[in-house]
Design a protein around this ligand. Structure first.
Ligand code: FAD
Ligand code: SF4
Length: 377
């Protein structure tokens, strides 16, 4: 018995550094355990670092998560490995041998001062992805990101030699490569979070065909002061503020079609309400907001009050229906939604939205950690 105990490893591996992973790591470290956190993305924080506000308090998202993520916030017992994922696991509870594979960053973290010269001179070489596919003015994944360093997309870089010269700190490592190391852990926590549903396949809803049709995460990026518009609510098509916005819920969930999930993501109703409340309160109360939904699932404490606030105080319209399709009129630049209303499914109604955003939202369960998939953040 004594012998068996001594073979148990004390260290814990946490896969994923979103809010769930960070919370687990801090709790474990406080309980005296050595923790290694692996994060496949370039920086820790997961989805929350890309949002604007958090329901139901509408607090600033980064303000709540950054103290936990800043370099000082990581306790002595926690080692964070970014751009790293587990690629094989052997053994059993109490003693797992795990291969951890790190992708190349092409930047020496010791030397990089995060001055941003590489991004300014060679923007196509520097990796930055969250939402809307254009560079954030604050350029790293979020301000105060830890490690405070960029990462290089070498395949996108036409002139690596010039990139090396652009760095005053000589921090670019051209011949960086994938590295794998084996480590032993007593337990593993999978906190790899959720993946955002990609609505490109839902052709009838027009995502990818018109720039003003955006996903919920892209909309959060527009609202966020660290996002591509520095928090200005504008239509990607013309840079003007929209006067009407429609939210389409349940896209990709509770469906029977291929690539759709059958379950409810359980978060989208609430974060759609949050986006509407923030939009109305921060920009203009008279922005016409309309929600196309199947059921309003406000199951948490006081969540129903949040819904009532949007409906009663802010005059948001809620249309219970099945959304059919989205049509763009090239002449008027208007987007229209056709839908089957709940009460009379024989009637095909059409609602016109003069130059509005149309949004989708959904989260799907993430496949098992270690499987070959990327963070779509
Ligand atoms: C548009 C939108 C708005 C939202 N608004 C709110 C809100 O207002 N309030 C609220 O409470 N919640 C909100 N949510 C939900 C919230 O973002 C999630 O509940 C929260 O981020 C979950 O944290 P997590 O740690 O479980 O996962 P995530 O934040 O998804 O983090 C998981 C991490 O694991 C990493 N990872 C994944 N696979 C691997 C692997 N194989 N190896 C290593 N690392 C891996 C990922 O890169 C990621 O960093 C919103 C979500 C979305 C999409
Ligand atoms: S130019 Fe060099 S030091 Fe400055 S951010 Fe880029 S890699 Fe880091």
């Amino acid at each position: 018995m004594q012998n068996k105990k001594s073979k148990r490893a004390n260290r814990v591996l946490v896969v994923g550094s979103g809010l769930g992973g960070i919370r687990a790591a801090i709790d474990l470290a406080e309980a005296g355990r050595e923790v290694v956190v692996v994060e496949s993305a370039t920086h820790p924080g997961g989805l929350m670092t890309q949002l604007d506000r958090t329901f139901p308090t509408d607090n600033c998202d980064l303000c709540s998560i950054l103290p936990r993520l800043s370099a000082n916030g990581w306790r002595r017992r926690i080692e964070l490995l970014t751009m790293t994922r587990p690629t094989s696991v052997k053994g059993e509870a109490g003693r797992f041998t795990v291969s951890l594979t790190s992708s190349p960053r092409y930047i020496d973290l010791e030397k990089c001062t995060a001055c941003g010269e590489c991004l300014r001179k060679m923007p196509e070489c520097v990796r930055f992805a969250p939402g809307l596919n254009f560079f954030s003015p604050t350029c790293m994944r979020y301000p105060q990101a830890s490690p405070q360093a960029f990462s290089i997309e070498m395949e996108q870089c036409a002139d690596p030699g010039l990139l090396v010269k652009s760095c005053p700190a000589n921090a670019i490592v051209l011949h960086d490569g994938e590295k794998t190391r084996e480590e032993v852990f007593g337990s593993i926590i999978l906190a790899h979070g959720a993946e955002v549903f990609d609505p490109s396949g839902t052709g009838s809803l027009g995502y990818g065909q018109h720039p003003d049709i955006v996903t919920s995460l892209e909309y959060e990026r527009l609202l966020s002061s660290s996002g591509p518009t520095q928090g200005k609510l504008v239509r990607p098509s013309n840079g003007r503020q929209p006067s009407k916005i429609a939210w389409i819920l349940c896209v990709g969930s509770r469906g029977l079609r291929e690539h759709h999930e059958t379950y409810c993501s359980s978060a989208c109703c609430m974060f759609a309400l949050k986006e509407i409340i923030v939009t109305k309160e921060r920009f203009r109360k008279d922005i016409d907001a309309c929600v196309f939904y199947m059921d309003m699932r406000t199951s948490g404490k006081d969540h129903e009050l949040y819904y009532l606030r949007a409906r009663e105080e802010l005059g948001v319209r809620f249309v219970r229906c099945r959304t059919r399709n989205l049509i763009h009129n090239d002449k008027t630049s208007r987007l229209s939604i056709t839908y089957l209303p709940d009460r009379d499914s024989r009637v095909d109604r059409r609602l016109r939205h003069g130059g509005s955003f149309h949004r989708f939202q959904n989260l799907r369960e993430r496949p098992q950690a270690g499987a070959n998939h990327g963070c779509r953040a």
